[in-house]
Design a protein around this ligand. Structure first.
Ligand SMILES: [Mn+2]
Length: 370
């Protein structure tokens, strides 16, 4: 299992590469060209410059998150073909730079959504949270304004201001798009890009919808084990894989995350794992707790064990973290709690490794004694 850490670039992240490198076990930075709008080719020279910047600090640049999918592709508009061509070109350029995994999502209009970016817990830490009533009742524009306000210094990934301006028009365009339409549009997209990804030795890793249910009346199709299974079957290729995000899928208690993890890991379909916990309240609201199993509703130990048992050798990163120790950072993306998350996950992983070694030793010695 390779440890990675998301980084937004030196102009747009409070965390530095030098800090990231000091997290035990760190292997690769998860980067992106965040200033490029969806649909544009990522120029090779800029990708190589980012790679160089990361490698100079002693880490690899194996994973990209995200290459965003243009709305015209999700809407299935005739203009989608040129955006798909641009996407194919970006895959080629990233492969040229040695990138192995590209995380992407297929959520209409919005990326991940929360009602609070800094809800205070009794211990004084702040967390991102989702109150169903607030999201369901609030006027979309009010929520957008609030997200913009709370994001303050940093623009949130997926919530860029330019994108928000076109939102009303997008809502109209999605009015007649059902889940089945959206799935067909995903199929069209994957049938065009997976062969390119396979040829260039890149694994495409679709990220589940966050939260894993329809919001604002928009369709969502990456919310459960069944839907993920259907997606990886669209094109049968090692390049058609998933990002197992425990916190996104896990916000719905009907999703059994350790079981889903084991299911897809056994099929070698998890190219990238986002490991984080969420605490689900009785009414379905949730907040992003610490990674520790006891602190949230997901058994992170069981998730890591599922990966370990199946011989997972892909990439993982801690996902969002709490804001602790007075840190000022992009919501969810502080240094401290994500580093704690890595240590928790590595602690579980290392214990399982030791246990396995001991078992092998015992069976070897008993075998030798015969
Ligand atoms: Mn995630």
């Amino acid at each position: 299992m390779k440890v990675t850490f998301r980084w937004f670039g030196q102009d747009d992240d409070s965390v530095t590469l030098k800090q990231i490198r000091q997290i035990p076990g760190m292997y690769s930075v998860v980067g992106a060209l965040h200033d490029l709008p969806a649909g544009e080719v990522w120029p090779l020279d800029r990708v190589l410059a980012l790679k160089k910047e990361i490698e100079q600090e002693g880490m690899a640049f194996d994973v990209v998150e995200s290459v965003n999918v243009h709305e015209d592709i999700k809407l299935g508009l005739p203009t989608r073909d040129r955006y798909i061509e641009a996407y194919q070109e970006t895959i080629r350029n990233l492969s040229e730079a040695g990138v192995k995994v590209i995380c992407y999502n297929f959520m209409p209009v919005f990326d991940w959504t929360r009602s609070h970016l800094a809800k205070e817990l009794p211990d004084g830490s702040t967390v991102m949270a989702y109150e169903k009533a607030k999201v369901e009742q609030v006027d979309t524009q009010v929520l957008i304004d609030m997200m913009g306000e709370e994001a303050k210094v940093f623009s949130l990934p997926g919530w860029e201001p330019e994108r928000m301006k076109t939102i009303k028009r997008l809502f109209e365009q999605y009015q007649n798009i059902t889940e089945e339409h959206l799935f067909e549009n995903l199929r069209y997209f994957l049938e065009k890009i997976i062969p390119v990804a396979e040829e260039f030795n890149v694994r495409m890793a679709i990220h589940p919808d966050d939260p894993p249910w329809p919001i604002f009346g928009l369709p969502r199709i990456v919310t459960s084990k069944e839907q993920l299974e259907r997606i990886v079957q669209i094109v049968d290729s090692p390049s058609n894989a998933i990002t197992l995000c425990s916190g996104s899928l896990g916000a719905n208690p009907a999703n059994n995350i350790p079981e889903i993890t084991r299911f897809f890991a056994e099929k070698n379909k998890i190219a990238f794992a986002h490991i984080r916990n969420v605490k689900i309240e009785d009414n379905g609201d949730f907040y992003e707790s610490s990674h520790r199993s006891e602190d949230g509703s997901i058994d992170i130990y069981a998730v890591v064990k599922a990966l370990h048992d199946t011989g997972f050798d892909g990439y993982f990163r801690p996902d969002h973290g709490r804001m602790i120790w007075g840190e000022k950072a992009r919501p969810g993306y502080g240094l401290y709690d994500r580093a704690l998350g890595i240590m928790y996950i590595l602690g579980i992983w290392d214990s399982l490794e030791k246990e396995k070694e001991e078992k092998q030793y015992v069976s070897y010695s008993s075998g030798a004694a015969k």
